[in-house]
Design a protein around this ligand. Structure first.
Ligand code: ADP
Ligand code: UDP
Length: 239
């Protein structure tokens, strides 16, 4: 499958059309960004590590019966996916307090959230991805009530599958963000699941193994992503 036209250049991936109108190629780049694009850097190997990581996770989710856009790995930087009509609402589940929840509500980092919380954010860089609720998302035409309900159910299912998976690797899945889209009238998981879009802590030491290492200038960002991959048994020999 050959890359045709460049459709979109995002902050971390580039999106290309293919000969098949139902399929796209995503190219994972080494660009890292945080704080709504204020902090940027090139992190050697990040694109390839995230692409292989995402492929592994998407396959695990598919095995658990969750429909994803993943079709096949093309090479260590590129993946073939179904072309979705993306819903501009990000779904976030939190098992432990961190990040914006702590900043907004004054909660101590690491507080256990029972049951896990579910939040929606409007995907809009110019507005800084503001938090939104269900009725706003419906009234503004971003998604239907039925779609939002499906997205919520699917995000909780993903949480169950991945909490168990990371637990087996001695890690806590603190929180994560998912993006969904529509493919022939079905809600399908899109974008990526990688340490760029979730928080993972070592279970014992609480060492941060995710993008907070970049946000907080803790160093060894890609090394931490590789450690997570190795703990899950992901083979990174090809990169
Ligand atoms: P951002 O847009 O946040 O800067 P990326 O650099 O990751 O993010 O760019 C990838 C873009 O591709 C995102 O806008 C994402 O919503 C979109 N996307 C991801 N998967 C698909 C898909 N299967 N079909 C269409 N668009 C997708
Ligand atoms: N997240 C993301 N993209 C975004 C916003 C959040 O991948 O545009 C992820 C983030 O990595 C974390 C979770 O969603 O795993 C919750 O993020 P939070 O609301 O705490 O925001 P942050 O502190 O990252 O600004």
């Amino acid at each position: 499958m050959l890359k045709n036209t460049l459709l979109y250049t995002g902050k971390a991936k580039s999106v290309y059309t293919t000969d098949n109108p139902d399929l796209l190629i995503l190219v994972f780049r080494d660009d890292a960004s945080a704080f709504n694009g204020e902090k940027i850097a090139q992190l050697d190997r990040k694109g390839k590590v995230n692409n292989l990581f995402n492929a592994f996770i998407m396959e695990k989710l598919a095995e658990a019966g969750i429909e994803t856009h993943f079709e096949k790995l093309i090479n260590p930087s590129e993946v073939l996916v179904k072309r979705l009509d993306m819903i501009p609402v990000e779904c976030v589940i939190r098992n432990y307090a961190a990040g914006s929840l702590c900043r907004r509500l004054g909660v101590e980092e690491g507080k256990v959230l029972t049951p896990p919380t579910f939040e929606l954010f409007f995907k809009d860089d110019a507005l800084g991805d503001p938090m939104v609720n269900e009725s706003q998302s419906i009234a503004l035409g971003w998604a239907t009530a039925e779609q939002l309900e499906q997205m919520k159910v699917l995000t909780y299912q993903v949480n169950q599958v991945l909490t168990d998976l990371f637990e087996q690797g001695g890690m806590l899945l603190v929180d994560f963000k998912l993006e969904f889209g529509v493919f022939h009238d079905r809600i399908v998981l899109g974008d990526e699941f990688s340490p760029d879009g979730c928080r993972l802590w070592d279970k014992e030491t609480k060492k941060k193994l995710d993008k907070d290492r970049f946000r907080q200038g803790l160093g060894d960002v890609v090394e931490a992503y590789e450690e997570v991959a190795t703990r899950l048994g992901i083979n990174l020999d090809s990169i």
